[in-house]
Design a binder for this molecule. Sequence first.
Ligand SMILES: [Zn+2]
Length: 286
Amino acid sequence: MDALLVAASWQALLIAGLLGASVGSFLNVVIVRLPKQLQLQWKYECAELAGEPIREKTQFNIAVPGSHCPKCQSAVAWYDNIPILSYLILRAQCRHCKAPIPIYYWLVEIATTAIFIALAWQFGLTLSFWVFGTALSLLIAMTLIDYQHQLLPDNLTYPLLWLALLWSISPLSTVTPSQAIIGAVVGYLSLWSLYWLFKLLTGKEGMGYGDFKLLAGLSAFTGVTLLPVTVIFSAVAGIVIGLAVAVKRKQSVPIPFGPFLAIGGVISYLWGETLLQSYWQWLGVM
Ligand SMILES: [Zn+2]
C-alpha cells in the first residue's frame, strides 16, 4: 500500500487515471441532471405553495431514470458508457438514432482524468490528492452548470466551502483555520456588497447569491490575503470575455460569473503568492 502513497509511482498514477475517468463520467451526469432535478423540485414547491394540485410527480434524480439518449430515449448500454473510450468508438453519435453527442462530455472526462493524474503525480494518493480532487471536481461541475443554466446550485457551492474549512485544520493546508474562516466571510461579503451597490445604482442584478457562496469557498482555500487576486483575475477575464461576446452578438448578453471565479480561484491558489510578491516589488521599484 505504501507504494500508492509515494508520488508518481505508476500504480498511483494508474489508479488516479481510472478514478479520474469515472469521476468525469459521473460529473457529466451531475451536470445534465442536477439543474433539471432542481427545476422540477422548484416547480413542485411553487405549485404546493400556490395550493395547486400536483399531477403525478415525475421520478427524476441523479440515479433515476438510467442513462438514455435525450433524442430517441433508448437506454445507453454499459459498453457504450465507458468513460473517454465510448465517445471515440461511437464517433460522437448515439448508437441508435445517430444524434450527435456534445463534445463537452468527452472534454470533462479528459480534463478530470488529467487533473487526477497530475494530483497523484504531485501528492501520491494522500489526503491532499482527495481534497484537491474533490474541490476541482466540484469546480468543473459548477463551471459547466453555470455556463449552461446561469445557476450555481447550493448542492455544489456549500460542499466546496465545508471542504475548504475542514482542510484548513490539516497541518498540510497552506492556510490556518482563522485565515480560512476570514477568507470565507470576506469573500462572501465582498461580492454581496458589490451586488447591492450595483443593484441600487442600476436596478439590475449583476450576479447571483451562488457567486458569493462560490467565492466564499475559494477564499477559504486561498486565505483572505489572496482574495483580491481571485477577484481581480475573474473580474478582468469576465469583463474582457463579456465585451467580446457583446461585440460579436451586437448586444449585451448576461455572462455567468461562476466559471471566471473558479478559474481565478485556481490561478490565485497556485500562483497568487508569487503574483502578489512581484506586484509589491514592482510597486517598490516605481
Ligand atoms: Zn439516440
